[in-house]
Design a protein around this ligand. Structure first.
Ligand code: SF4
Ligand code: SF4
Length: 65
């Protein structure tokens, strides 16, 4: 089961949007000025979103169980 955590205290939302731009599966989308997670089960755990986040406030974890 994939788990994505966004620390909204650190996230710049629509002012940043880097993770939204790079996610190949369109899991991360903007809802107003906030990044929300859609279709989590389609996440490929590529970790690109984690790599691009300037605030290191998004974490993707694949818990195999
Ligand atoms: S790990 Fe990859 S597929 Fe999953 S949300 Fe991040 S960028 Fe999208
Ligand atoms: S890349 Fe990081 S700071 Fe930017 S919108 Fe995504 S989670 Fe927020």
């Amino acid at each position: 089961m994939v788990k994505i955590d966004i620390d909204y205290n650190e996230c710049d939302g629509s002012e940043c949007g880097e993770c939204v731009d790079v996610c190949p599966m369109e899991i991360l989308v903007l809802d107003g000025d906030k990044v929300v997670i859609k279709n989590l089960e389609e996440c490929s755990v590529c970790e690109v979103c984690m790599d691009v986040c300037p605030n290191e406030c998004i974490e993707v974890e694949d818990d195999e169980d």
